[in-house]
Design a protein. Structure first.
Lengths: 524, 151
């Protein structure tokens, strides 16, 4: 079982209906079913596709092929040739110019994205290094090695790239910190522990374009002065582990990893470590403990990893998406990067859109895109024509946002104004039918389960919050329980040792404040 | 002996402990780490046995008690929750006649829950050993279980 291989959108508007759109739709579905392709090819009705004068229009994604003047009797041919044999039916295809003119206004997977880190995902064969090389792969590395490490850092600083792992810390400044630390040995770590519920963007980079990550890591190593890097991948990601192992092996064969890379005198090696099922290990210091072979309990900060990190040495730890931005920044320059996104948060962001939307999935768009556009443009709006209720933005450690905040422009700083976070970029959409108290309960279950138990406020606080919320759902709650929950999460914010315990305040407060009317009946 | 071969693949340094534990667990037909495994690791890495046990028990992918041939891990995180993970879990419990954390009498299946598996756009999801199954329904999990039973 897998995501549908292709989506076919059938335009349903006055013009197309008059030309027989319903008949085409019916016939298309029959043919797809007859060929046993129901699991793989999904047929969707949509409003107008924006093309006029061409009768019934079909759009096939991800191929981005448009068919026009389609008649029911064309359907067997389209299914047989295109979906079964992979040969689009040339005489029905609409000209590219016509299509390009309308694409921006489209919804769902057809809508125009800005792909930087995902530019190759789904397009190249990730197990063939040659395909990456053919698309300018490793030319950024070549360029970086011709610059001094300080020049590389200056470019990354100038680009304004900020960490995509959740906190949004400026990447260039982090690198500079580690570069300036004096030590015999330094390390680069790629945080690929991706455990934030609702997030799988890093998985698609690991699986879809592993060499981009490797290239970013080597450049980081060169800039910081590290000769060794680690990729810490969560144990559940079997395919990611497989692809990264293969990619490292191939890069080594091409002399892109190892001693004296491309004759530059710079040597760098990469090793993969496999996590074993602990969300807290995504926290950078816990990850280092785990990587050293210990229990994944977070360390007390400061000292920060750039000063005392892995095995006590200065260490840069970056998220997968952060590092995947590096090759393009070096290749095309900081000024190019700054043409995308907002002033304080340049570039793109990868989001996962989930829950009650028509097109759940992964998109990459410019920083600053509104939540409305993400949910209704790219996500195609709420399933079954229902009403929007809430979006949990940023994963479990995120915020329940109400309808009134749909027009917020999404970037690290702007969301802060609304006491929200961009976090991992997960957007879980809930329709009018979802119950916020139940969703909050599920979030609290997650925290109770994942608290590492090292410090007592978080250990007992997460348990207590889960218990109270369970009571509420069983209608055994008391009026003061709602305030107790807020107070408890505030106490965790002040006194927990690491951000896991501290961040519980986000979902708890936002649920209770923005959706109070759903909790009140539970305590009456 | 196969276990010794696994150990030899890695230099005897502590930071290899998770990789070694993963491999030893995979070798075991019952999907768990035996006392013998833990002792071997402790000797090989020159660590007190208590340290090895401490590490093994911290991580949810390791088990110190025998599990079934097929390990079902059903995701209970919010996106799957929204798509009906709770009733799905109940259906599996009924169908296998076991509770969460238990193994069927024939030693075929162990039922566990898990946090987000990173397949949330195709929720609800579960893993069976290393394989991910998505867009599950009550019928499809029954089918999957039947198929595994026959294989
Ligand atoms: C509980 C917890 C879990 C985290 N999980 C991840 C993760 O899975 N991946 C990640 O890149 N960062 C995660 N982070 C953030 C990291 O601590 C760290 O900020 C990040 O890896 C830095 O990389 P960046 O600067 O490129 O964003 C997590 C933080 C916390 C507190
Ligand atoms: S806040 Fe929670 S997760 Fe963080 S160290 Fe304390 S117990 Fe562990
Ligand atoms: S929430 Fe279940 S796979 Fe992500």
């Amino acid at each position: 079982m897998r995501l549908a291989r292709s989506h076919v959108l059938v335009s349903i508007d006055i013009e197309s209906v008059a030309s027989g759109a319903w008949e085409v739709l019916k016939r298309l579905k029959e043919e797809i079913s007859r060929r046993g392709l129901l699991e793989e090819i999904k047929v969707l009705e949509t409003g107008t596709l924006g093309v006029t004068g061409l009768g019934v229009v079909l759009a096939v994604y991800p191929e981005r092929i448009y068919y026009g003047k389609v008649k029911p009797e064309d359907c067997p041919r389209i299914v047989e040739e295109h979906f079964l044999k992979g040969r689009p039916v040339q005489d029905l295809i609409i000209k590219e110019e016509v299509v390009r003119a309308v694409r921006r206004d489209l919804i769902g997977p057809m809508r125009e994205q800005k792909r930087v880190v995902l530019e190759n995902s789904g397009i190249i064969d990730p197990e063939k290094i040659e395909e990456y090389l053919a698309r300018d792969g490793y030319t950024a590395l070549e360029k970086a090695l011709s610059l001094t490490p300080d020049e590389v850092i200056a470019e990354v600083k100038k680009s304004g790239l900020r960490g995509r792992g959740g906190a949004g810390f400026p990447t260039g400044i982090k690198w500079e910190g580690a570069r300036k630390a004096s030590a015999m040995e330094k390390f680069i770590i790629c945080n690929a522990d991706e455990g934030e519920p609702g997030t799988f963007k890093d998985r698609l980079i690991l699986e879809g374009d592993p060499h981009k990550l490797i290239e970013g890591l080597i450049i980081a190593g060169y800039a910081v002065g590290a000769r060794k890097g680690y990729i810490y991948i969560r144990g559940e990601y079997a395919l990611s582990l497989h692809r990264m192992h293969k990619a490292i092996e191939d890069a080594r064969k091409y002399g892109l990893l190892g001693e004296d890379i491309l004759g530059s005198g710079f040597s760098f090696n990469l090793e993969i470590k496999e996590g074993a099922g602990a969300y807290v290990c995504g926290e950078e210091t816990a990850l280092m403990e785990s990587l050293e072979g210990k229990r994944g309990n977070p360390r007390i900060k400061p000292p920060y990893p750039t000063v005392v990190g892995l095995f006590g040495s200065p260490t840069v730890i970056n998220n997968v998406e952060t590092l995947a931005n590096i090759p393009a920044i070096i290749r095309k320059g900081a000024d190019w990067f700054r043409t995308m996104g907002t002033e304080s948060c340049p570039g793109t962001k990868v989001y996962t859109i989930l829950g009650d939307v028509n097109f759940p999935g992964l998109i990459e768009v410019e920083m600053g895109t509104t939540l409305y556009e993400i949910i209704f443009g790219y996500g195609g709006g709420i399933k079954g024509g229902k009403k929007f209720k809430a979006a949990l933005v940023g994963g479990a450690a995120g915020v329940f946002l109400p309808e009134s905040l749909l027009n917020v422009r999404m970037d690290f700083d702007n969301l802060k104004q609304y006491k929200a976070v961009l976090g991992s970029g997960a957007i879980l959409v809930m329709s009018q039918e979802a119950s916020i108290p139940k969703m909050l309960h599920s979030v609290l279950y997650f925290f109770r389960h994942e608290s590492c138990g090292q410090c007592s406020p978080c250990r007992s606080g997460t348990r207590e919050l889960y218990r109270i919320s369970g009571h509420l759902l069983e209608r055994k709650g008391k009026a003061e329980d709602l305030n107790t929950m807020v107070k408890l999460s505030e106490a965790l914010w002040y006194s927990s040792l690491c951000p896991l315990g501290q961040s519980l305040i986000m979902p708890v407060k936002s649920a209770l404040e923005n959706f109070r009317e759903e909790f009140l009946p539970l305590v009456q | 002996m196969e276990k010794v071969k696994v150990l030899r693949k890695y230099p005897p340094k502590r930071d290899n402990i998770l990789l070694i534990l993963h491999e030893l667990q995979r070798l075991n037909p019952n999907n768990y780490l035996t006392e013998d495994d833990l002792r071997l690791v402790s000797q090989y890495l020159s660590l007190p046995i208590s340290e090895v046990v401490g590490v093994a028990t911290f991580y949810s992918l390791f088990s110190l008690k025998p599990r079934g041939k097929y390990l079902l891990r059903v995701c209970k995180s919010p996106a799957c929750h929204l798509e009906g993970a709770v009733s799905l879990l109940q259906e599996i419990k009924n169908y296998l006649g076991i509770e969460e954390g238990d193994t069927t009498d024939d030693g075929m299946f162990t039922l566990e829950t898990s946090e987000c598996l990173g397949h949330c756009a195709e929720a609800p999801a579960m893993m069976v050993n290393d394989e991910v199954f998505t867009k599950l329904s009550e019928e499809s999990v029954r089918e999957i279980i039947d198929r595994l039973r026959r294989s």
